[in-house]
Design a binder for this molecule. Structure first.
Ligand SMILES: [Mg+2]
Length: 447
């Protein structure tokens, strides 16, 4: 069984745990309370007033004028997050930090415990109590036969809930629900699915595969599997870090950006760079990872494991765009990254390749050769023209090659080929970054 531990109103709860006078009160954590900004976190006492994370501060103040407004302290939350990780590691070495306040715990290797919903629930109850006793923090825990179910179960009862589901129970709970309840379906995707008459998770499960494949490619396949409660992605223990066999690129945007067209164009360009690097080294990968850093330096990484190995920019873009749409709430972004992991040599994977990929391969190889000769900007996927246009230095039909250097945004670097994280060097090493939990933890307790 797999657990997803999700801390309840994490930032606000940490403040309440540290400052007794805040306990039992509506607490709203924000950037700088005197300036304009957004709500970073709201305690459960503030939620009945309609206050939600991401809401403009002015609106929160109107809804809940008597709340305690507290300036957030990211360093404190990251430290607390590390303490919690250490506690999780006492239960199992297979812990994957998913965000600053969520972690997957894989119980499969525990001797004699955690193999059934009942015994995993027992472990969850003990853990929930230990977190409360040691830190004064509430946690909701989802239990499932895979990561998808654990993640979705964690949201069923909150705060301080425990929900255990196998695939069958998962269908009982989620099939009647709106399709957007499915992990992986954001507002945009939900619109597309509803336009196809797929309004519930159950309807999506029974959607014709060819239709889904044709409309959404690999993402369509994945969505049907997810609607059935199937998920093959593994819990990646923190001590193994991001798969070292991964390739990726990231870019810090010239300024914080919330223009969807620009962001999408950037994703396309990153996907194209990653695809070219994969092909140059003869790899295909089965997992796509998206990295987003917002204007508050909050960084998230989201992964999707795929049933097939891919190395073409179209598929990488499709998956990274789907992840982006699911996880981007409209906040200004300062950094985007795309990487592909779970790599295999092309010949092992070739048999499984989509026919369509086979067909486009010759074309892609030809394009790669042109680009290697003329520089990156000489051939770009059509969509990234948006990017270049909005960067203000596109001249259609001319100047492409000269643009090559300027097209690289400030701070952007191609990742070195053997970069351990699979990402290029990030320009904000001082920013509190939950993804940097991994290197800071000891590596010697690897089983
Ligand atoms: Mg949470």
């Amino acid at each position: 069984m797999i657990l997803l531990v999700d801390m309840d109103a994490f930032f606000a709860s940490v403040e309440q745990a540290h400052h007794p006078h805040l306990r039992g009160k509506a607490v709203i954590v924000c950037g700088d309370p005197s300036r304009r900004g957004v709500v970073t976190a709201a305690s459960y006492e503030a939620r009945p007033f309609g206050v939600r994370a991401g809401m403009p501060l002015g609106e929160a103040k109107r809804l809940c004028p008597n709340a305690e407004y507290v300036e957030g302290n990211p360093r404190k939350y990251v430290e607390k997050s590390l303490e919690l990780l250490e506690m999780f590691l006492e239960i199992t070495p297979d812990v994957e930090p998913f965000s600053v306040d969520e972690a997957f715990l894989d119980l499969q290797r525990l001797p004699g415990r955690g193999q059934t919903l009942e015994s995993a629930s027992e472990i969850a109850r003990e853990l929930q109590q230990r977190i409360w006793d040691a830190h004064g923090l509430g946690a909701s825990i989802g239990i499932g036969t895979n990561k998808l179910i654990a993640k979705m179960a964690s949201g069923v009862r909150k705060p301080r809930g425990i929900t255990a589901l196998d695939e069958e129970k998962f269908r009982g709970v989620f099939w009647p629900q709106d399709v957007q309840a499915l992990w992986g379906v954001g507002p945009k995707m939900s619109e597309h699915l509803k336009a196809l008459g797929l309004a519930t998770v159950g309807a999506l499960a029974r959607a014709p595969r060819p239709l889904m494949q044709q409309r959404f490619g690999v993402v369509g396949e994945h969505l049907i599997e997810a609607a059935w409660g199937r998920d093959r992605s593994a819990v990646i223990p923190y001590h193994e870090g991001v798969d070292p066999k991964s390739m990726g690129h990231e870019v810090t945007l010239p300024e914080d950006c919330r223009d969807p067209e620009f962001l999408e164009g950037t994703l396309l360009r990153l996907s194209d760079q990653v695809a070219r690097r994969l092909r140059a080294d003869g790899f295909q990968g089965r997992t796509v990872t998206l990295k987003l850093r917002d204007f508050r330096f909050k960084t998230i990484t989201r992964q999707r494991a795929l049933g097939v190995a891919i190395d073409d920019h179209g598929s990488i873009f499709e998956v990274s765009r789907a992840l982006w749409r699911e996880n981007w709430k409209g906040e200004p972004l300062r950094l985007l990254g795309v990487s592909v992991s779970a790599l295999e040599h092309v010949n092992e994977a070739q048999l499984e390749m989509f026919q369509k990929q086979e067909r486009s391969k010759a074309l892609q190889e030809a394009l790669d050769k042109v680009r290697d000769k003329l520089g990156e900007a000489s051939v770009v996927p059509a969509g990234s023209l948006t990017y270049r246009r909005s960067m203000g230095h596109i001249a259609f039909g001319t100047g492409h090659i000269k643009d090559a250097d300027r097209r690289r945004g400030p701070g952007e670097k191609a990742a070195p080929p053997d970069d351990e994280t699979g990402y290029g060097e990030g320009p904000d090493p001082s920013a509190p970054d939950p993804t940097q939990l991994k290197p800071r933890l000891p590596r010697d307790d690897k089983p």
